[in-house]
Design a protein around this ligand. Sequence first.
Ligand code: GUN
Length: 287
Amino acid sequence: MPAQIIDGKAEAQKIYADLPARVNAFRERNGRPPGLAVVWVGEDPASQVYVRNKRKKSEELGLASFKHDLPATTSEDEVLTLIERLNQDPAVDGILVQMPLPPQVSEEKIVHAISLDKDVDGFHPENRGRLFSGRPRFVPCTPAGIMTLLQSTGVALRGKKAVVVGRSLLVGKPVAMLLLQDNATVTMCHSRTENLDAECRAADILVVAVGKKSCVLGDWIKPGAVVIDVGINRDESGLCGDVAFEQARERAAFITPVPGGVGPMTIAMLMVNTLKAAEAREEINRS
Ligand code: GUN
């Protein structure tokens, strides 16, 4: 029997169902909506689509959306000055700087400059450290979305072998921490891993976040596995993930499609983190 498709759009809708009431209640208590600043530096076409979708969704939910589009030639100091202004702005609860940044702007310096309580991406080194120690404040949006999709399958992670392919700071490393937190036995694979096919074949839970079409082949999937495909690649027929979907689907028990799997969840989790940031700042201001 082919795998059940994990419907990221439907799961995201379940999350959105609770948000308008929280947004309205916040607005009534504070006389302003929660605010999200989305900063985009440069011209990366994929980033443009992601940034547009994030802004669109925040406006749909009634958040205040602060738009900052900077040219690819912007200096690191100029980005840092903007971040400092957003840190000080009481109407801004969350700050997201879309990655990747142009080469003259250090991603590490930028994420370090974002106020801890506005770091809705969870990329500040302290927030990354908290995730590592099992006490996260803001969980990065894509890893948080992946965990919600895994939960939606009803498959218990405890004691299962989870294999993460890709060791990025955005997805691979944080999702490995979250899987570990849920008591999976986690293996991290990357471009230098030997016998990647054998590692994948042993996985009860397989998370692939590489950014390369057909990086994982269909016959590498353990029968009955849960497959989460984080890749978004463009080919002649449109968007595709990192996993050879049609073949993998014949073996897996559950699999995410691309598009319509992880992508919608990333945005939903960003909205949740923004509301969380707004409500937490409200608490601090009250006390
Ligand atoms: N680029 C790709 N994914 C992300 C993300 O989740 N947040 C940011 N800021 N940039 C990204």
